[in-house]
Design a protein around this ligand. Sequence first.
Ligand code: FUB
Ligand code: ZN
Length: 630
Amino acid sequence: MNNSKISHHIELKNTSVTDSFWKAKRELVRTEVIPYQYEALNDRIEGAEKSYCIENFVKASKVARQIKEGKSVPVYPADKWYYNGENAEEGAFHGWVFQDSDVYKWLEAVAYSLESCPDPELEARADKLIDLICSAQLENGYLDTLYIINNRNEIFANLKDFHELYCFGHLAEAAVAYYNSTGKNKLLNAALRFADLICATFGSDKIKGYPGHELAELALVKLYEVTGDKKYLDEAGFFIEERGKKPYYYDLVLGRETVEDNYHYNQAHMPPREQREAVGHAVRAVYLYSGMADVARLNGDEGLYSACRALADNIIDKKMYVTGGIGSTPDGEAFGAEYELPNGTAYCETCASIGLMFFARRMLEIEPNAKIAAAAERALYNTVLSGMAEDGKSFFYVNPLEVVPDEVRTDTKKFHVKTVRQKWFGCACCPPNLARLLSSLGEYALTENDSAVYVHQYIGGSYKTKNALLELDSDYAESGRVRLSINPKKTFTLALRIPEQSEGFAVSAEYKTENGYALISITEKCVIELGFNFRPRLVKSSDKVVANRGKAAVMRGPFVYCAESIDNGEKLDELSISEPPVFEYENEKLTVDGYRKDKRIKIRLIPYYKWANRGENEMRVYLKLRQNKG
Ligand code: FUB
Ligand code: ZN
């Protein structure tokens, strides 16, 4: 680990996203998604799956009050993953065991939104919700509505499956965000009380348990960064080090002998620092790797960083779709084997691509890495964005690369695929995750240290860094053009990522290239013009990806394109692109010369993230290739 390269992202309060593409998305989150999700959390959306989120907090608050008053409180079973009217009594917890996390993610999105756009009414609503959350907290700091409502005696009894430490993680992330944007510390104090209970409960000389769904690691790091209290960083380190040790903690609590490698689903099959292949549940994995990268950076831990590097390479080289989607199998919402990247049964959870961005941001803080930044870009412009409809009111959880609606209805291997975005989900992890990511996007563009500013993503906006004030005027996605106005405070190096898909580039200043970045010495106020050549191109996957042999996807700039039957007629499998390809591009829309069977046609393509915005229809990313013999 090269200490001179270690940098930090620019805090949200020092960023302001202004480019028309991303500002519009952020505004959509602010004006549509956040209010809509509040209604969803309150179960006020007709026809949508129930959330029960707020209802659970109301129930837990009542229980906490009754406990304080010394009253006896009922006990309900706390042994299922999902509770509803069929298996849960009226007064009991309802929803998925991790339901609380949706509330926290909504609050985190609100916090980021308030940072860039103050809104007293929204803030008052958030304050009221925070009051409700805090009123549910037990005297000892414990805060998870499932166990508070259902059974206080089972707290922390099943760390593997029941997400208390995961919900804690989301609470802490929301609390830090809300404190940073409003200066209010009520939720932060609640998170710290819960964190203190966790630190007092789990440790090398205490219970040697660790989260079944990772997130607490990176969240504890956030608490460390906001308080400066090292015990939180140490606890994050403890969770990482303890994970995967044999005999497995998860076996010990069950009184079971550890006889073979297990718990790949939870990335607990071996100690994380020894892991080299991304396995198991994809969201869990990238959340863990994010925490590992944080701890590696803060502790200068080379070994942990090597694991992070290897895991990032493994994902990007062998387990990531062209869209930046990860987690190819619905079986455990998990990574498949290397190069196992089917199109129609792909899982590619929206949260997994968001988590990949979290991981990438942290890796880029350790050192600039054009390959990792490019993977984050892939995820952002494609699978992340496709998770949300253009009106911000419906969402995809799963993001396949090929959909034939009739097959989805009949093929049991595609049970997880939806052909149109859903208003809400019983398991609604993705929509609020999207909201929090898009409203904090400014934090993903740049990192800096004392001597350098690295531009990883060309998200237009103004960035107040310690080295300079940077105005990034970006038409990156459309034309590949970027203009940087730099007002330096001192001499520093500006490092500009050269996108992998650019066929040549122009920089209006002297530069040298290093590891995929153009380095420019900035000594005085200046303007730098950048031009990337984003001609449409065919992208072929490795021949080892069986599903894509003889096929290619089309990309232009950061966008992956797809064909829909609404533009091309049904049976997209009959289409082939004529090679070498002849493209025409206008205003986000592409055509490419091709065939339907033997008939010459123009195939119409749209950016992948826009698919299924015009009703249910077929969609396909990878199309067959046909050599044009002239
Ligand atoms: O388990 C909590 C969240 O729900 C996961 O991150 C998602 O994959 C979904 O299973
Ligand atoms: Zn999700």
